[in-house]
Design a protein around this ligand. Structure first.
Ligand code: NI
Length: 132
């Protein structure tokens, strides 16, 4: 895509805040930071408007709780049209980390995340919201 340049008028304190943001996130320059902020905003809007979005559910749980595993798999099958991949990593003797990559309607992704994160035995869970 063609790159356009434009000038921006902005209050000094906002520019300082932008530069702190650039440094804090180690962006190479202001342009990259502004691209990030715009895309982030557009993706947030897609989530609010129930558009097609991408996401990832991260779950940490004790794998000795077998009924939790069965329930989690049943729920994932209910939503199999959303699930792109599942990665299971053994963190230590007790704990497993699962990452479930998703694509589909925002509401459905949230619904699936709530069902999985709310399962008895889940130690920590989070939905990472993203998109294109
Ligand atoms: Ni494991």
């Amino acid at each position: 895509m063609e790159i356009k340049r434009f000038g921006v008028s902005i209050e000094e304190n906002l520019l300082e805040a932008l530069d702190r943001f650039v440094r804090g996130h180690r962006f190479p320059n202001r342009s990259q930071a502004i691209r990030y902020l715009i895309r982030n905003n557009l993706i947030e809007k897609k989530w609010k408007e129930n558009k097609d979005v991408a996401g990832c559910i991260v779950l940490v749980y004790d794998h000795h709780k077998r009924e939790l595993l069965n329930k989690s798999i049943d729920i994932q099958h209910e939503y199999q049209n959303l699930v792109l991949s599942v990665q299971h990593v053994h963190l230590d003797h007790h704990n497993c980390l699962e990452t479930i990559a998703l694509f589909g309607k925002a509401k459905k992704l949230k619904e699936l995340a709530d069902k999985l994160i709310g399962l008895k035995g889940i130690k920590h869970g989070r939905l990472v919201t993203s998109g294109t």
